[in-house]
Design a protein around this ligand. Structure first.
Ligand code: OFO
Length: 169
């Protein structure tokens, strides 16, 4: 059985995952209307779906442990970006923020002596390590490219392979 504190913290995380899904969905929609970056667009759509999966996993866990997962109201995400580079910087910032929240959840699970939740959260800890690593790798590549169009062309060619390698999917 979840404590009230643990349940509230997990419900908060459900909102964060749902908002992450929205943030990346907005990036995907914006990328989709930019010419020639179809793989980058596909990456954002896929990332948005993954965040929805993270949210659903939490919802099922809370409900299975005798709590009640609440579906949250969501903020409208940023809709447009000055450049692809800006979008990926935002993605990294967002993932770092999510990791901090996961760490707080782990901390709460320990102070509540909720070892089942602690164990469940290890999946998210590992996932955040991968997602931050991927976001950093992609940002590094974009830095190398600078403002060259040919570099962006190659980045678009590469992105799905790089994502698969880093995430080990
Ligand atoms: Fe839910 O993993 Fe990214 O944010």
């Amino acid at each position: 059985m979840l404590s009230k504190t643990m349940q509230a913290a997990l419900n908060e995380q459900i909102k964060i995952e749902a908002e992450s899904s929205q943030v990346y969905l907005a990036m995907a929609s914006w990328a989709e209307i930019q010419p020639g970056i179809d793989n980058i667009t596909a990456f954002f759509y896929r990332h948005s779906d993954e965040e929805r999966f993270h949210m659903l996993k939490l919802i099922h866990f809370v409900n299975e442990r005798g709590g009640f997962a609440t579906v949250p109201a969501l903020e409208q995400p940023i809709l447009t970006y000055p450049s692809i580079k800006h979008a990926f910087k935002e993605l990294l910032k967002h993932e770092i923020m999510v990791s901090e929240h996961i760490n707080k959840l782990v901390d709460i699970s320990l102070s509540e002596k909720d070892f089942a939740t602690h164990n469940f959260l290890q999946w998210y800890v590992a996932e955040q390590i991968e997602e931050e690593a991927l976001a950093r790798t992609l940002n590094d590549k974009l830095e190398l490219i600078g403002d060259e169009k040919s570099g962006l062309y190659l980045f678009n060619q590469d992105i799905l392979t790089v994502a698969t390698e880093v995430e080990g999917e």
